[in-house]
Design a protein around this ligand. Structure first.
Ligand SMILES: [Zn+2]
Length: 278
């Protein structure tokens, strides 16, 4: 066996492209490798123990918020708790950690969507992140439901939806390819009906245009998976720094190896040696 690829560098979240199937690239340092063509090949990932913050390059023992050192985690707007709980956005109170960042990332149009990743779920994303966000979650289909003026309003609409539907993906089911058939157009109509009181209350305060129901079409997505795992075993670079196996597929931000799955996004900022053999 000879190595066809042997690169070392810091891992990043995998860039994706909404092709049929979704086209994946893995980023290792400055190298970008198209991954779909490598399915069927043995790959090896070795973590050398070094994690470098993706913001400041500082070495850190532990990665916070998927790739940051602790000082950055405490300081950056993108690591604030309102990113996880957008309804708690505090930009309007004048306490945003970085108002400039907030203006470009939060005080802009967001989409509240329904997706089928492991069943019906609700989610929000910045308008420019459609359909990247859907692919990162491994959704097989998704549909925009509302276009809203800010991240906080998207969060508040999502909270209303969470009374009726999950906001999380069951990633084990997602990776097994276990997704029910769903009519997202019908689900969207039903959800908009259910959250009518909450939407009316938000529009009363923020204006009619701040939360617009949309009838945009949905998107179906397929993933480059040759063999679906029937049992999910996860690789953990913190516990086992050397991972190898035959690449059988890619879905969400996961590589599916015949020896287990690995969430590449979780290891953002980890310095690794990535090898593929012919
Ligand atoms: Zn840092």
């Amino acid at each position: 066996m000879s190595a066809v690829i042997d690169v070392t560098g810091r891992l990043r979240k995998m860039p994706v492209e909404a092709a049929d199937p979704v086209a994946y690239t893995i980023k290792v340092g400055d190298t970008r490798l198209p991954l779909n063509d490598l399915i069927g090949h043995p790959v090896q990932i070795d973590f050398d123990g070094v994690i470098r913050c993706i913001h400041c390059d500082r070495m850190t023992k532990k990665s916070f918020s998927q790739g940051y050192c602790y000082p950055c985690f405490r300081k950056l707007a993108e690591c604030d708790s309102c990113i996880v709980s957008p309804e708690k956005c505090h930009y309007n109170e004048g306490t945003c950690r970085d108002p400039k960042w907030g203006e470009t990332h939060c005080m802009t149009e967001h989409v509240v969507y329904l997706a089928n990743s492991s069943g019906l779920k609700v989610g929000i994303t910045r308008a420019s992140q459609v359909p990247t966000r859907w692919i990162d979650q491994g959704a097989v289909a998704a549909i925009p439901m509302l276009r809203v003026a800010t991240r906080q309003l998207a969060g508040l609409a999502e909270v209303a939806c969470k009374q009726y539907v999950a906001d999380r993906t069951n990633w084990r089911a997602m990776l097994k390819g276990e997704t029910p058939e769903l009519d997202l157009v019908a689900e969207r109509a039903a959800m908009l009906e259910k959250i009518q009181p909450e939407l009316a209350a938000l529009r009363e305060v923020h204006g009619e245009d701040a939360l617009r129901a949309v009838d945009e079409p949905g998107l179906s997505l397929s993933y480059p998976v040759q063999v679906w795992p029937d049992k999910i075993k996860t690789h953990n670079l913190d516990k086992t720094p050397s991972v190898s196996g035959v690449l059988q597929g890619i879905k969400g931000q996961y590589l599916i190896l015949d020896t287990g799955v690995i969430n590449i996004r979780k290891y953002t900022a980890y310095e690794v040696r990535f090898q593929v053999t012919a």
